[in-house]
Every structure is written in C-alpha cells, then in structure tokens.
Ligand binder design. Structure first.
Ligand SMILES: C[S@@+](CC[C@H](N)C(=O)[O-])C[C@H]1O[C@@H](n2cnc3c(N)ncnc32)[C@H](O)[C@@H]1O
Length: 285
C-alpha cells in the first residue's frame, strides 16, 4: 500500500504559510530538473551547480587544488538516476529549511512515508539531546531520503542506504538538498538487508552512533533479514531510532521480536498517523 494522504503533523511548505526559513540549498537555476529535462546525470547536476568543479569523467579533472572533490561527493555521483515514468516534487519544512523531494508512486522506495516525517520531527525537536552534530548515522531503507537529508542538515555524518534500484532517486534528492549547505555531505550506499554485511560494513571500520529506520516494517518477506541487519549494525553505544506506522499484525510480531534483542523505549507516538517511534539499544547480556 502506497501512502497517499499526508498526516496532519507533516510539515509541508505552502506558499500560504510563509515561515522564517532558508531556501533549499541550490537556487532554482542550480537545481537539477526532472530527469527528462535538462541535466539528467549526476555529473550534469553538478555542472549546473558549479562551473569547473567537476569534470565529465567524475574525477574532478586534472590534479590541482581547485579540482579536489570530497570523497562523499564522489559517492553521491556514483548512481544513475532512477528511471520512473512520472514524478512529483513534494515540499517539506524541517530544521528551518525547505526540502524538496522528488517522489514517484511507482516504487515504495520513492515515496515519503509517515514514519519518515515523524522521525524528522523528532530529530529536529531533539537535536541537542541526541547530540547530532558530527554524529555518525546510517539510515536503512532510506527511500527518497527525507530522514537522511534532515539528519544531514542537523549536522550529522550520514550514510543513506537502500536497494540498488532506489539509489538513483535517493542520490538525486540528497544532492539537491544538501550540497553546499551541510557540514558533511551524506553518502549513498547499497544495503540489501541481510546480505553482504560483513563484506560491505565490516565492524572494525564502520561504527555508527545512530541507526535510523522509518517505515521499514510492513508486509514484506524480509522481516527476519531486516532484524538481522539492525542487530548487525549496532555496536556498544549505538542507538537505533525506528519509526513505523503500525498497520498489520505482522508489524506487532516484528516489534515483539525486536524487543527480545533490543532494550526498547517508546520515545513518541503520533496517533493521527498510527506511528510509533522506538529507541533500541542492543542487549549485550
Ligand atoms: C516503505 S519504504 C520507506 C521509505 C522511507 N524510509 C520512508 O519512510 O519514507 C521501505 C523502504 O525499504 C526499502 N527496502 C525494502 N526491502 C528492502 C530490502 N530487502 N533491503 C533493503 N531495503 C529494502 C525499500 O526500497 C524502501 O525504500
């Protein structure tokens, strides 16, 4: 089921509700267009941003001070745009910024779900308490990227992950909303639940302060692999923040299993959207 109605607490930008916000990171001339209009590759998006900063081969051109690219920017260039037939541009307002998300109803992973807006609301309201500045964060099932964008705007070092076919649109949204306006550019990385965890995220070199997850629990066949992934990514000190709209009995069954392996606290409830937000820390006993 694709969510169509926005829940009442969703902060969406409206021309009728002017707010003291900064604009999105890139100006309208600098913004990537729809994938079928104007620059359609990540290189093209970047060329539109800054003449000479990047070359078509994505290497930044010949060696030289002016051509250095941050490693995370290189990671953002890697994925080809996702080829959905139709898109909409949805506007959100979090952390004092207008955020424009390119969405498509053609994929679960190209739509912002209610758990995402709930988690964003919580992050912006608890930034200092969560100590998000420079925090290392990985988001699983990031979809179109709203949560990762908000965490980046709030100062965190974010890695947004999802299935391969979702990454193009995810990258597009991250780039559009964080380039030149966040302390740390978010990374995009493939993470298929339960697969290649040791190879792609070795514990010796990947430590995260927070694992974020929104609406990753619904009617699908990968719930056990999802829980395995959540457990794998948590090390001592890692906090998992999981927001989910509860719809099916299987959602509650997952919650029961989650509670068996994580010390679990219900941090917030958003009854109008049936969303619950849990904090989990892995049990080490
Ligand atoms: C319901 S969407 C939620 C998207 C986003 N977190 C949000 O709340 O707006 C679920 C996300 O999980 C991802 N997903 C589903 N199965 C997956 C799997 N086996 N491995 C990795 N990601 C998966 C989907 O691609 C999608 O982006």
């Amino acid at each position: 089921m694709i969510p169509t109605a926005r829940s009442p607490f969703v902060k969406q930008f409206s021309p009728l509700q002017p707010a003291p916000i900064m604009d999105v990171c890139l100006s309208s001339e600098q913004q990537p267009g729809h994938l079928n209009e104007g620059p359609s590759t990540p290189d093209g998006w970047l060329e539109a941003k800054e003449e000479g900063a990047l070359h078509e081969d994505g290497t930044g051109g010949p060696p030289g001070e002016s051509n250095k690219i941050e490693p995370s920017l290189q990671s953002l260039q890697k994925f080809v745009p996702t080829d959905y037939a139709s898109y909409t541009q949805e506007h959100y307002l979090f952390a004092g910024k207008k955020i424009v998300i390119q969405e498509s109803i053609e994929s679960y992973g190209a739509v912002v779900w209610p758990g995402a807006t709930a988690l964003c609301q919580y992050l912006e309201e608890h930034t200092e308490e969560l100590n998000l500045q420079d925090a290392k964060i990985l988001e699983i099932g990031a979809g179109p990227g709203l949560v990762s964008i908000v965490a980046s705007i709030l100062g965190a070092q974010v890695t947004a992950t999802d299935l391969p076919d979702v990454l193009g649109n995810l990258q597009y949204n991250l780039l559009k909303n964080t380039l030149k306006c966040t302390a740390h550019l978010p990374e995009v990385k493939e993470l298929v639940w339960g697969e290649g965890l040791e190879q792609n995220f070795p514990k010796s070199s990947f430590y995260y302060d927070y694992i974020l997850a929104s609406d990753v629990v619904y009617h699908h066949y990968f719930l056990d692999k999802l829980l395995t992934t959540m457990v794998y990514l948590c090390q001592p000190g890692t906090v998992l923040l999981w927001a989910n709209k509860f719809r099916f009995s299987t959602d509650y069954e997952f919650l029961d299993k989650f509670k068996q392996v994580f010390d679990t606290t219900l941090l917030a409830e958003f009854p109008e959207a049936s969303v619950k937000l849990f904090k989990g820390t892995l049990r080490w006993d």
